[in-house]
Unconditional design. Structure first.
Length: 228
């Protein structure tokens, strides 16, 4: 099928840091995606499930089992371009998991399980600060600094931005193709996650400020009562 009509019906997504609200709901997006063939919709659902794994559905499995399941599902993705996008997302997760595992005291690298081209190098250079990946993955130093600050929100923001950049590049290289449609849907998912994360941060800050104001108000009341 021609994907031109569908792609031109999709709204523009601003840069990730500029996303304050979604340009359309998931229901509206799904309505536009009904223009896809059934086989394309099935592949899209598979790619989304692999790109945004459900943490609740992963419980009860070891890391090794999860990776085996993930690889089996990945083989069902027909587009090599989309497999590479999923592979890249898992490589980022692997790097972060390796850094956390080492910081938690794991001393035997053979007990660490992950995915991607960097796994052998990570195990081989386990005790080096950047696993010997500085030349291939310079962002690892930035990730290390954020992990050292114990700031999960900032780390997720960095991860989302790297995934976003990868998808934007893919869209530009595959104009008006099925891959560009899927990359848009994945970026929509990242944008939604980004907005939800920052919304939660804003709510937390509001609650903290409110608690401080209430505490101050209570203190003032006590002082006033003491004066009386």
């Amino acid at each position: 099928m021609s994907y031109y009509t569908l792609i031109t019906a999709l709204p523009w997504l601003p840069e990730l840091e500029q996303c304050k609200q979604m340009p359309l709901s998931r229901i509206a997006l799904d309505q536009r995606l009904t223009m896809l063939l059934d086989s394309d919709q099935e592949q899209l659902s598979l790619v989304e499930a692999l790109y945004f794994p459900d943490s609740d559905g992963l419980q009860g499995n070891t890391d090794k089992q999860l990776i085996a399941l993930w690889r089996a599902q990945l083989e069902k993705v027909e587009s090599d371009i989309l497999r590479q996008r999923i592979f890249f997302s898992q490589e980022l997760v692997t790097v972060m998991a390796a850094l956390r595992s080492r910081a938690a005291g794991l001393e035997n690298p053979e007990l660490f399980h992950g995915s991607g081209r960097w796994l052998p190098r990570i195990r081989q250079h386990w005790f080096e600060p950047g696993f010997g990946l500085d030349e291939f993955f310079p962002q690892i130093r930035q990730i290390q600094r954020i992990l050292a600050k114990d700031n999960p929100a900032l780390l997720e923001t960095l991860l989302n931005q790297m995934l976003w950049n990868d998808l934007v590049l893919c869209e530009r290289q595959n104009h008006f193709s099925y891959e560009s449609v899927v990359c848009f849907v994945l970026r929509w998912g990242i944008a939604e996650r980004h907005i939800r994360q920052h919304g939660a941060e804003a709510l937390q800050k509001f609650n903290q400020s409110t608690s401080k104001l209430l505490a101050q108000a209570g203190l003032h009341q006590q002082l006033e009562q003491g004066v009386k």
